[in-house]
Design a protein around this ligand. Structure first.
Ligand code: SDX
Length: 442
């Protein structure tokens, strides 16, 4: 963000390539840009002006949509770096506030910076009291992701003093507000669904502890946060904090590219995250494991996952970028063992089933040939379930964690001088121009 966000280097033109249409001899020279790591990109911005042609890349499998200095993924090697630091190191040595600061400002904070950041974020944990009435408009059985989209979008109607996207300080305040309020909004969605009173945040607790407190405390009793569980939640938050230009982040950037306010943009990101091919997969994994039920039934479900006529896919498996083990899944798997041991449920049948499913799938030629490995969502649900967190809150927790990534990417986009409204083109395959037919002649 504003003062110290670091962009390590502007891209350099490493060479020029020439694209030639051999039929009419038309050729165009395009610069090839190099970043600090990862594949080079062909800069096609002049392509349409010079050739009258667009590129075509549904699903953006070969398209870089942004220049970014936040997160780097080497999918072949299974490497994930935030601002150059490996996700394994961050998960082991940092906490979520450190990582949030790193994503937003480009550097790990020193002690005074960290303390000030954690304090300033905690200052915004409460919601405007009027917002509590919004919850009552939802059915008690509403999916909490539906509530998240509604309430986060509604924040734009409450915090008018920080909506000027061209003011760096207002963007910073909005970022702190969103990071701080997401656990409060999520916990309130949960409390509403079970008919318990909302629990106000406690700023003497750290981010993960406060989240657990708001989820599980009741006014009638003392609630002591288990430090092992708080650490596990904190690690889950770190592992989900950012992931380059994934679907929900790209949604936030696209929504923000029109100048929309940040609360609306983050609500759009939450909507995109909800889908089972994206953040909704953590909930879908648990439902799938419950449906499989026993090790004997794994082969039957693997056959279904391979059958192109069957919509069933192995949830928590496969990734657009990782063609190797998702490094976050390895950390999550270790964490699952630690948490289950702490809770005295080492023999949790679903963990055994998940490990067996992983083993069988990783030996199956279909999954081997397609390089389908477990992703971040495969083990997270097992940890969350063991902690007593209901399934339909899993994706909400992903949203709480990803908010800082969305904001870091949104801020980076606003500060990018080459930023324009996102406006893809298309390959039109509909009817060509034709004459209007009046209704009596149709
Ligand atoms: C997240 O992008 C990100 O960074 C996302 C994320 C983040 O932090 O933001 O990492 C979070 O979204 C993790 C992914 C969670 N989703 C799931 O676990 C759902 C199950 N997985 C998939 O549906 C799928 O693998 C995707 C959506 C994750 C990736 O889809 P792609 O890149 O479009 O790959 P694809 O569908 O083209 O698959 C390639 C092949 C196909 O077979 P063929 O047509 O070549 O024969 O692999 C097959 C697919 O059918 N395949 C699977 C499969 N995933 C892919 N077959 C069975 N089970 C699967 N899970």
């Amino acid at each position: 963000m504003s003062e110290s966000a670091s962009k390590i280097g502007a891209p350099e033109t490493s060479k020029i390539i020439t694209l030639t249409d051999t039929q009419n001899g038309l050729s165009v020279e395009l610069p090839v840009l190099s970043g600090t790591s990862g594949p080079n990109v062909i800069d096609i911005r002049r392509l349409y002006a010079e050739t009258g042609m667009f590129t075509y890349d549904p699903g953006f499998t070969s398209t870089g949509s942004a220049e970014s200095a936040i997160t780097f993924i080497d999918g072949e090697a299974g490497i994930l770096l935030h601002r150059g630091y490996s996700i394994e190191d961050l998960a082991e040595h940092s906490d979520f506030m450190d990582v949030s600061y790193l994503l937003l400002y480009g550097e790990l904070p020193n002690k005074p910076q960290r303390d000030k950041f954690a304090h300033d974020v905690s200052y915004h944990t409460m919601l405007h009291e009027q917002l509590t009435y919004f919850y009552r408009g939802f059915r008690r059985d509403a999916h909490p992701m539906a509530i998240m989209i509604g309430v986060v979008g509604a924040l734009s109607a409450f915090y008018h003093d920080s909506l000027d996207i061209n003011d760096a300080r207002q963007r910073e305040i909005t970022s702190y507000r969103l990071i701080a309020k997401m656990p409060t909004i999520a916990a309130m969605a949960y409390k509403y669904s079970i008919g318990q009173p909302f629990i106000y945040p406690r700023n003497d607790l750290n981010y993960a502890e406060n989240f657990l407190h708001m989820l599980f405390a009741v006014p009638a009793e003392e609630y002591d946060v288990n430090p092992v569980l708080a650490r596990a939640v904190d690690r889950i938050l770190i592992l989900h904090a950012d992931h380059e230009q994934n679907a929900s982040t790209s949604t936030v950037r696209l929504a923000g590219s029109s100048g929309a306010n940040p609360f609306a943009c983050i609500a759009a990101g939450i909507a995109s995250l909800w889908g089972p091919a994206h953040g909704g997969a953590n909930e879908a994994v648990l439902r799938m494991l419950e449906e499989i039920g026993s090790v004997e039934r794994i082969p039957e479900f693997l056959e279904r996952a391979k059958d192109k006529d069957d919509p069933f896919r192995l949830m928590g498996f496969g990734h657009r970028v990782y063609k190797n083990y998702d490094p976050r899944a390895s950390v999550m798997r270790t964490s699952a063992h630690e948490v289950l041991e702490e809770l005295g449920v080492q023999n949790e049948p679903l963990l055994k089933l998940a490990m067996e499913l992983e083993k069988i799938a990783l030996e199956d030629p279909y999954f081997v040939e397609r390089k389908l490995f477990p992703n971040v969502d495969f083990y997270s649900g097992i940890i969350l379930r063991a902690m007593g967190i209901p399934m339909d809150l899993f994706t909400v927790i992903f949203a709480v964690a990803r908010t800082v990534g969305w904001l870091a990417q949104w801020n980076e986009m606003i500060e990018d001088p080459s930023q324009k409204i996102g406006r893809p083109r298309q390959l039109y395959t509909g009817a060509p121009k034709r004459d209007y037919v009046s209704i009596d002649q149709r």
